[in-house]
Design a protein around this ligand. Structure first.
Ligand SMILES: NC(=O)c1ccc[n+]([C@@H]2O[C@H](COP(=O)([O-])OP(=O)(O)OC[C@H]3O[C@@H](n4cnc5c(N)ncnc54)[C@H](OP(=O)(O)O)[C@@H]3O)[C@@H](O)[C@H]2O)c1
Length: 279
């Protein structure tokens, strides 16, 4: 059971944008929030403002994720893990760990964190939330499970869309493998949101998100964060269906065609194989 009806909610990418707005709303709602950010000064400032504990990790370094998992495992329980950190990258580059950067930041690091917290999450009957994206449908529908790191046909948009589709497949498979241990997985697409998103992406994305043009087509982080807080505070089965991906309160229909239904399982295996040295 949660402590005094308060949930312990870990939010990655909590130092800015949607994660920051969700953290603010959840603190206001009386929940115990644990903030995870990348930028030390920004994360400390936000955590101090909200009066919550914080941790740091740069997802382009998997050793950071292992350390983070160790720190989070020291908490008594985790009722919600919101895997929200992420973003688009300008060009195809490998991290020092040897993986395509967009794939590592948006999926592999989150996969690793979740895997290293599994016992705690299961013991807490936790909800694990992935922040996906409509980009999964717009640019990721051609995802090839045999090429998860976009060695073929890389563009910034495609790699991002495919990585966000991977978040959705990961959600499905996490639910399938660990749902009967009490854990619940769910994903959502947050809308097109005026945040710091795109600051590491190509010129076009930066033009869309970082000029007054953004007011034409974006929603506020506060409005978007309601999609996350609804899942964080909701009851699995009653307020949302485990293993699914939501566009606000509606299920998102995926354009990705998984002909033999094996994509989620093979992606899981591909992640485990890549992450063996860190697991
Ligand atoms: N904005 C949109 O329109 C939109 C649409 C669909 C999906 N999303 C997704 O929503 C999530 C939140 O993004 P946002 O829009 O709130 O963007 P944001 O304002 O740029 O916030 C991104 C957050 O993720 C953290 N982060 C970024 N790269 C990281 C890395 N390599 N390692 C660890 N943390 C990292 C940032 O940490 P620091 O600030 O401390 O560096 C920040 O807290 C992301 O997964 C994004 O892909 C956004």
């Amino acid at each position: 059971m949660e402590n005094d009806g308060r949930k312990t909610i870990v939010i990655t990418g909590g130092s800015d944008g949607i994660g920051y707005a969700a953290a603010r709303a959840l603190v206001k709602a009386g929940q115990n929030v644990i903030l995870v950010g990348r930028n030390p000064e920004k994360t400390a400032r936000v955590a101090n403002e909200l009066g919550v504990p914080y941790h740091l990790a740069d997802y382009s370094r998997l050793s950071d994720v292992v350390r983070l998992a160790g720190e989070l495992n020291a908490y008594d329980r985790i009722d919600v893990l919101a895997n929200n950190a992420g973003g688009a990258q300008r060009e195809r580059k490998l991290t020092d760990d040897g993986f395509e950067r967009t794939f590592q930041i948006n999926l592999l690091a989150q996969f690793l964190l979740t895997r290293l917290l599994l016992d705690k999450l299961a013991a807490s009957n936790a909800t694990v939330i992935q922040t996906a994206s409509i980009a999964a449908n717009l640019f990721g529908a051609d995802f090839d499970p045999a090429d998860p790191e976009s060695e073929n046909g890389y563009t910034s948009f495609r790699a991002y869309g495919r990585a966000k589709l991977c978040d959705i497949l990961f959600t499905r498979e996490l639910q399938r493998r660990y749902g009967d241990r009490g854990l619940c997985a769910v994903a959502f697409e947050p809308g097109v949101v005026r945040t710091n998103f795109g600051s590491e992406a190509g010129r076009f994305v930066r033009f869309c998100y970082h000029t007054p043009l953004k007011y034409l087509f974006t929603i506020s982080p506060e409005k978007s964060a309601r999609r996350l807080t609804r899942l964080a505070l909701g009851a699995p089965g009653a307020d949302f269906t485990p293993g699914e991906v939501y566009s606000f309160k509606k299920l998102l229909r995926l354009k990705f065609r998984d002909a033999d239904g094996s994509a989620a399982a093979s992606l899981w295996d591909a992640c485990e194989a890549r992450l063996t040295p860190w697991l």
